[in-house]
Design a protein around this ligand. Structure first.
Ligand code: PGA
Length: 251
């Protein structure tokens, strides 16, 4: 069964106190969301413990935005998958384009991060997406195919049950420019085929594939109506509980 998911990616926003308040506001409104939609909030590392506490007893799940590519040891400033799991978080986002672009996240590192996340019981929201130049050059299908294969083809069909893919065209992130529902759908269908080619039709059918990039209450309904789009990874609009919940109610 393919899960519907609406996940917030808070990025480097909110203080701890503001984050707790936002999480509580999401919980307060979460009863309005249909029960077949999984809600996840993705927060900075510093917020995971107190937000886990704020989410206790609710249907809202918790995600980190990253984890280290090493298990433990002398890696100053890094946060391991085991540490993330010990906060009560059950997910981590990996391979977000901002991490690929600004922090040198390579496919090789992402394979290690994914391995460690899965080994520590975390679900992985794995991000792919082309930039504007690649889209304009007509390379978007190839870029997304390569990104998906380079990391996920190192895993098993069983592992895929704990992986969600998020298609986030870089030109649509935080820009107010959303991919059209058709543009998103054709890439989602392509990703599903890439998954099917390696792991089989059933794994592909069950794979949740999210859209991300300027998703908001006004466009979520049309995007989520596409057959291969199973929810969203929400940045800016996840910083307002009202908007985040309105998006989740767009199913
Ligand atoms: P946005 O970000 O919704 O602010 O465009 C999405 C994301 O980067 O996950």
């Amino acid at each position: 069964m393919r899960k519907k998911i609406v996940a917030g990616n808070w990025k480097m926003n909110t203080t701890v106190a503001e984050g707790i308040e936002l999480a509580k506001a999401v919980v307060a409104k979460s009863a309005d969301v249909p029960c077949d939609v999984t809600l996840i909030v993705g927060t900075p590392f510093t917020h995971l413990c107190p937000v886990a506490e704020a989410l206790k007893g609710s249907k809202v799940e918790l995600s980190a935005e990253n984890c280290a590519d090493k298990e433990k040891g002398a890696y100053t400033g890094e946060v391991s998958a085991a540490m993330v799991a010990s906060t009560g978080a059950s997910w981590t986002i990996l391979g977000h384009s901002e991490r690929r672009q600004y922090y040198g996240e390579t496919d090789e590192k992402l394979v290690e991060k994914t391995k460690l996340a899965l080994a520590n019981g975390l679900g992985v929201i794995f991000c792919v997406g082309e930039n504007l130049d690649e889209r304009e050059a007509g390379k978007h299908f190839d870029v997304v195919t390569d990104q998906t294969k380079a990391v996920l083809y190192n895993f098993t069909a069983e592992d895929m049950a704990k992986v969600v893919i998020a298609y986030e065209p870089v030109w649509a992130i935080g820009t107010g420019k959303t991919a059209t529902a058709e543009q998103a759908e054709e890439i989602h269908a392509c990703i599903r085929k890439v998954v099917a080619d390696k792991f089989g039709a059933q794994v592909a059918e069950d794979m949740t594939i999210l859209y991300g990039g300027s998703c908001k209450p006004s466009n979520a309904k049309e995007i989520f109506a596409q057959p291969d789009i199973d929810g969203g990874l929400i940045g800016g609009a996840a910083l307002k509980a009202e908007d985040f919940i309105a998006i989740a109610m767009s199913y």
